[in-house]
Ligand binder design. Structure first.
Ligand code: DGT
Ligand code: CA
Ligand code: CA
Length: 478
């Protein structure tokens, strides 16, 4: 409930203690019956705002951000692993394909005969409703509103079941068609030639049996991966260990939580070779954005820090606002001293598609423009992207030697997978950046890497897999 705007921990407690509100369904009921306005410190306006937030949530279907379900997935898996007789426990479905949102969790289990796994599955702490319970499949609803499906199969079918329940459905159907052409039958129990099982124990065997190279889960969307697997032309996907630094971070000099030094040390701990500090510019008043004078002061601080630090280089950057006329919110006389700029829209989202596209491209004409941050502005489950012709923006970036960002904040993941693929196909490299506002946020990069993998990105397609010397050359405008 605290995820709803305007509902802090204190208010959620009051709702619980006074009205017995335990989840979003209770909340909806209490608000509709106008019970909330009676509470001390709430009022009719707050009640209206709660209803509005609930409506907005419903609008964005009932999909859950992947970052929101990771903890519950992990602890559910741990709970099931502890059950007597259980062997394998794994979350399949869109979660395994690392989609930015998941509709539900699909857990696959193998176990010995007589294991009490089904009973233990429905007894899990967070379960609010048992939708169905059988001997090989069950479904529950958790208090958070998340649905979880469980399937139990024999060990001999583990690979086939994992393959089947990882999906996507479109991918499965395409592979099944391929199998039929080879006179094979493929289902969640195995790959069969007539009655004979020819594969099923591991996923690798399943792929081999139908004549394909192993396809990473993130690619299984029927977007050309099957053709590529046939021809042995699958991409060698980027992974977190390829990332050598972050190009978009904030400190407590603006709206971040940690100091320059703390951020640099956290980056060093991750094994990074460089970290760009990119504070907001003055236009973003609520983030205490910097003007020319404050930025110059910070550049001096970075110089001093670099002299003291070993093994990591702090890069001088800024997240500079693109103003409505396409100019940048910082004088070029200061921008020219920076190692890089990330440039972003934080206002004027309502311009027409043509005007918005033109605005960004005009900004790219500035020779100090390097990377377009969170290019579509969408916030998952909260705000749609603004109108913009991303393909045209990518072309313009290519022409000028600029780049786009894949912002790795799990609420942004902007660009999305389809746009990443578009960039790759055009030969436009992307920066995968955490946009960290605290030291621990640097780890968000893994969500960005997952999204990039879904967009077929290889290490070479990602700017910040390069050592600084190479990266500096790529950033230099022609
Ligand atoms: P979600 O939950 O909407 O984020 O997406 P998924 O992909 O997790 O879909 P879900 O939970 O409905 O089903 C899990 C997997 O099971 C799906 O990715 C592929 C497989 N599956 C489900 N229904 C079918 C079907 O009708 N045919 C085939 N071939 N596979 C299916
Ligand atoms: Ca699912
Ligand atoms: Ca499901």
């Amino acid at each position: 409930m605290t995820a709803l705007p305007g509902l802090g921990a204190k208010r959620v407690r009051a709702l619980h203690d006074e009205l017995g509100v335990r989840d979003l369904t209770d909340l909806q009921r209490a608000a509709t019956r106008q019970r909330i306005r009676e509470l001390h410190g709430f009022g009719a306006k707050t009640e209206q705002r709660i209803l509005e937030a609930l409506r907005r949530r419903a609008q964005f279907e009932r999909r859950h951000k992947i970052s929101d379900v990771e903890d519950i997935a992990d602890s559910y898996v741990a709970h099931l692993k502890a059950v007597q007789g259980v062997k394998e426990v794994i979350v399949a479905g869109s979660f395994r394909r690392r989609k930015e949102t998941v509709g539900d969790l699909d857990i696959l289990v193998t176990c010995k005969k007589g294991s009490p796994v089904m009973d233990r599955f429905v007894e899990y702490d967070e379960v609010s409703d048992v939708v169905s319970q059988g001997s090989t499949r069950s479904t529950v609803l958790l208090r958070s509103g998340l649905q979880v499906d469980l399937r139990v199969v024999a060990q001999i079918s583990y690979g086939a079941a994992l393959y089947y329940f990882t999906g996507s459905k479109a991918h499965n159907i395409a592979v099944r068609t391929l199998a039929v052409k080879k006179k094979l039958k493929i289902n969640e129990y195995g790959v069969f030639k007539g009655k004979r099982r020819v594969a099923g124990k591991t996923e690798k065997d399943v792929f081999k049996a139908v004549g394909l190279r192993y396809i990473e889960p993130e690619l299984r969307e029927n977007r050309g991966e099957i053709e590529a697997a046939k021809k042995n032309r699958l991409p060698h996907l980027v992974s977190v260990s390829d990332i050598r630094g972050d190009l978009h971070t904030h400190t407590n000099a603006t709206d971040g939580h940690h100091s320059l030094r703390q951020m640099a040390e956290a980056a060093k701990k991750l094994g990074y070779a460089y970290l760009a500090i990119t504070e907001h510019s003055k236009r973003v008043v609520i983030a205490h954005g910097m003007d020319e004078k404050r930025l110059r002061k910070q550049l001096d601080a970075i110089d001093r820090l670099n002299q003291r630090l070993d093994g990591i280089r702090v890069l001088k950057g800024i997240e500079v606002d693109i103003l409505e006329d396409g100019t940048l919110d910082m004088d070029n006389s200061v921008l020219k001293h920076l190692d890089l700029t990330v440039c972003a829209l934080h206002s004027g989202f309502r311009l027409s598609r043509a005007k918005q596209t033109e605005r960004v491209i005009r900004a790219m004409d500035n020779p100090y423009f390097n990377i377009l941050a969170h290019p579509t502005g969408r916030l998952i489950n909260q705000r749609s992207e603004y109108e913009i012709d991303i393909e045209r923006v990518m072309e313009a970036a290519l022409e000028r030697g600029c780049y786009l960002e894949l912002n790795a904040q799990p609420s942004r993941l902007d660009l999305d997978d389809v746009h990443c693929r578009m960039a790759k196909d055009m030969g436009l490299r992307l920066a995968i950046s955490a946009d960290a506002h605290a030291a621990s946020n640097l780890e968000y990069v893994r969500f960005g890497v997952d999204q990039g993998r879904r967009g077929w990105l290889e290490p070479d397609d990602v700017l910040n897999t390069r050592p600084w010397r190479e990266l500096a050359k790529l950033l230099a405008r022609p």
